[in-house]
Write a protein that binds this ligand. Sequence first.
Ligand code: GRF
Length: 204
Amino acid sequence: MERLRMAVFATGNGSNFQALVDAIQEGQLHATMELLVCDRPTAKVVERAEQAGVDTFLFHPKQYANREAYEMEILKQLEEKQIDLVVLAGYMRIITETLVTPYYGRLINIHPSLLPAFPGKDAIQQALDYGTKVTGVTVHFVDGGMDTGPIIAQRAVAIDEGVQVDDVTQSVQRIERELYPQVVQWFCEGRIQLIDRIVHINHS
Ligand code: GRF
């Protein structure tokens, strides 16, 4: 079976990027990491890509006329590298139809809450402020909305009495680093089917 060609979009730390690179190196993920797309030159994820020998497309949004202009440029990069799956991992920008339309069904995101609860920024803090006793992690397809696309996988994290945002963040990130490579491997194995907004995973 041919390896799935991936690109990751990230803005910051890149622990999910790292988990995916590690899973490939450890032979758990039948994919190749072809490209990092990053909008912040000082991001830790840029260093991680360099160390892993992954090409980076670093862009400065302000140097483009508008969002469509830089998304067109990103699309060109993705097409040149024949990317099969686009993986958002802490990419702090809205993605529009310029990318969503050509990649719908092949464009995924990870979000630190049990969607549809707490979309958008600071999702863990939102859950704490609301007082939910459980939060978690969601991997979903990206559509035109903010964290609204079809849900592929979710894992729960308990919010125990008195825990701080940092504790919950650590638990969430531990789960993210397991779940994201797992979901990408399901893609590699052709187990994921999207029908309307329902995602079916073939576990047989
Ligand atoms: C993760 O918590 C992810 O859920 C959210 O952004 C964070 C990125 O973390 N979308 P990292 O850059 O992968 O360490």
